[in-house]
Design a protein around this ligand. Structure first.
Ligand SMILES: *[C@@H]1O[C@H](CO)[C@@H](O)[C@H](O)[C@H]1NC(C)=O
Ligand SMILES: [Cu+2]
Length: 230
């Protein structure tokens, strides 16, 4: 989850998020280099008395300041496209979960099981147990096996929502009448928090997402318990 006065992203909990962090650092370095160069040129220009008032154009410098930005843009675009296509890939998932956005909660359906489905409501502040996070904890978490490819099918029942978990590098719009898919692998066990990320009405801020990644045996215990309850 995010922490107070955080700068930058949350730590990566999936390979795709690691790629995204790496790309962010790469792009930021380019921004720093350009800013430094521009600042340097400004300082040089306002502190020199030398001017060339008879020069109207210069082929050489125009070639340089056309080609160079093009090369820089390609250096940003290619890694960006690589990650875009990496994120699009869904390689035979071990588990499929259908996440449905509602006004204002998420519901989850484990489509590999006969009837494993539940709603996931935020726990109101007055009902929080000590140690639970305000506006982030839900009554039922989406439990998944860690280190396994998981596919999430995302859609909405009423209006636009967006299913997002920053530590996993996942954000998928939930569009009523459309089914979309995304996938991720958690690289460690943990509880990963997210929030609805498409403004969807009055309680938009009160429909968090909690993904709990546990070892496979624990997941099997959990799923059989859930099936007994149902
Ligand atoms: C599914 O999600 C991708 C990536 O966010 C988006 O480009 C695409 O348009 C979506 N498809 C549908 C049917 O909503
Ligand atoms: Cu929302």
């Amino acid at each position: 989850m995010a922490h107070p006065s955080q700068l930058g992203f949350q730590d990566a909990a999936s390979p795709v998020m690691e790629e995204l962090l790496h790309f962010h650092d790469h792009a930021l370095m380019i921004v720093f280099l350009i800013s430094t160069l521009v600042l340097y040129i400004i300082v040089v220009m306002v502190t020199t008395k030398l001017t060339n008032k008879y020069i109207l154009d210069s082929q050489e410098i125009e070639i340089v300041w056309t080609i160079l930005p093009a090369v820089i843009l390609i250096m940003i675009a290619l890694p960006s496209l690589r990650i875009l296509y990496l994120m699009d890939e869904v390689n035979d998932p071990h588990l499929t979960v259908k996440a449905m956005g509602h006004q204002w909660y998420w519901s989850y359906e484990y489509t590999d099981y006969e009837n494993l489905a539940f709603d996931s409501y935020m726990i109101p502040t007055q009902d929080l147990a000590p140690g639970q996070f305000r506006l982030l904890e839900t009554d039922h978490r989406m439990v998944i096996p860690m280190e396994s490819p998981v596919r999430v099918l995302v859609s909405a029942e009423d209006v636009l929502h967006s299913w997002a978990v920053p530590a996993l590098g996942v954000k998928m719009d939930a569009v009523p009448g459309r089914l979309n898919q995304t996938s991720f692998i958690t690289s460690r066990p943990g509880v990963f928090y997210g929030q609805c990320s498409e403004i969807c009405g009055a309680n938009h801020s009160f429909m968090p997402i909690v993904v709990e990644a546990v070892p496979l045996e624990h997941f099997e215990n959990w799923s059989s318990l859930m099936l007994e309850d149902a």
